[in-house]
Design a protein. Structure first.
Length: 378
């Protein structure tokens, strides 16, 4: 059964510009992209495997995808992914994902949260491919990738973040990030665009970090600090978290949009060995105490790691991305964008175990076609 979407993904594929000349063009670009996405949904990882998937299901499946001939070979997919307009491809997929988030209302959160983080495509990097690091924005709630931007090296995330933020809706949303992207211009952009931020503060912002440390080192003086404490037991560990907020720096610090700062302490005990680990991190947010209690801030900080758990880890383990050695043209980024889309589709459809979902789709490929908006009867 087809799931309702604001716009079927197959229609989005039709809007991506085709770099090929009309003469001699055998396969529609939208059909090729639909083939690739459905094969990814079924767990097929490389463009060679995608071509094999297309051959496995015969002409009826090919016609449903939009082909008038047999599905293309690996060499054709290599050419397409290597030369397709990467920026347009990523922008169209991001805009589609954003529309899904907008039209899927939140049940219990006042605003949508997004996590931004980068990942190096290690297999491509070993082969000398340029731009093998991608910066992505993920919806905390739905696990959909809203934007992706290729950068040369990890430190260039700071330069690329403004380009990424220009691609997505910021108004009424909260952006979470790690310390590398805790930058004044990012905070200012979020405030100017009507959004909010939750930033981790480390040594790359020494003055801000020293100010926050001082707030939580000295006894409170007229500043009402609030705290929340949680204890989680699982995976062989007992983890205690304490998050305390303060407004003491508001009016003192010139950090753009600052409404609160916070201290997060983590105490982890490994049950088997009794080994203890203690960590303290600091942060800043534009969310006021009325909009974000310590409990809500802790939820946002922990939610940020969904980009690692729900996206980067799945791309590495389920789709074996770190061993993928595609390196020519736009192939590494286009394949990453397809993986993002496949993972997001499966999460949006309610699947929590992506590997199991891929196996189910491989056994029932009509469900993969339904996810991108194609009705197909076996």
């Amino acid at each position: 059964m087809m799931l309702p979407q604001p716009r079927p993904l197959i229609e989005v594929f039709a809007d991506i510009p085709d770099f090929r000349r009309s003469r001699g063009k055998r396969h529609p670009l939208s059909a090729i992209l639909a083939l690739a996405c459905c094969a990814m949904l079924c767990g097929y990882r490389s463009y060679g495997a995608i071509a094999e998937w297309g051959r496995n299901y015969g002409t009826s499946m090919a016609h449903a995808l939009g082909f008038t001939h047999n599905t293309p070979c690996a060499a054709t997919l290599f050419t397409i992914f290597g030369h397709v307009d990467r920026a347009a491809f990523e922008a169209q997929l991001g805009a589609w994902a954003d529309s899904v988030v907008v039209t899927t209302p939140a049940a219990d959160t006042p605003e949508d949260a997004m996590a931004v983080d980068g990942k190096t495509l290690r297999g491509s990097k070993k082969q000398g491919a340029p731009g093998t690091h991608v910066l992505s924005v993920l919806s905390h709630r739905l696990g959909l990738t809203l934007a992706q931007q290729a950068v040369d090296v990890k430190t260039n995330e700071i330069k690329a973040i403004e380009t990424v933020l220009a691609q997505i809706v910021l108004h009424g949303r909260v952006l979470t990030m790690d310390a590398l992207l805790t930058q004044r211009q990012v905070a200012q952009t979020m405030v100017d665009k009507g959004g909010d931020y939750v930033m981790i503060v480390k040594e790359n912002q020494p003055q801000l970090k020293a100010d926050i440390e001082l707030v939580f080192t000295l006894p409170p003086a007229g500043d009402c600090q609030e705290s929340v404490r949680t204890v989680d037991v699982g995976h062989g560990r007992i983890e205690t978290r304490n998050l305390t907020t303060s407004e003491a720096l508001v009016g003192y610090s010139d950090w753009p949009g600052m409404a609160q700062v916070f201290e997060l302490g983590r105490h982890v005990i490994t049950k088997k060995t009794g080994q203890e680990r203690v960590e303290v991190v600091y942060g800043v947010t534009s969310l006021s105490p009325q909009r974000a209690t310590p409990g809500r801030l802790l939820e946002l900080v922990r939610g940020h790691w969904q980009i690692e758990n729900k996206l980067h880890w799945v791309r590495d383990v389920t789709f074996d991305e770190d061993r993928s050695q595609v390196r020519c043209g736009n192939i590494p980024q286009c394949m990453a964008a397809l993986r993002n889309t496949a993972i997001g589709l499966l999460r949006w459809a309610g699947h929590t175990n992506i590997a199991a979902a891929c196996r189910r789709m491989a056994a029932q490929p009509a469900q993969a076609l339904a996810l991108i908006g194609i009705e197909f009867e076996n």
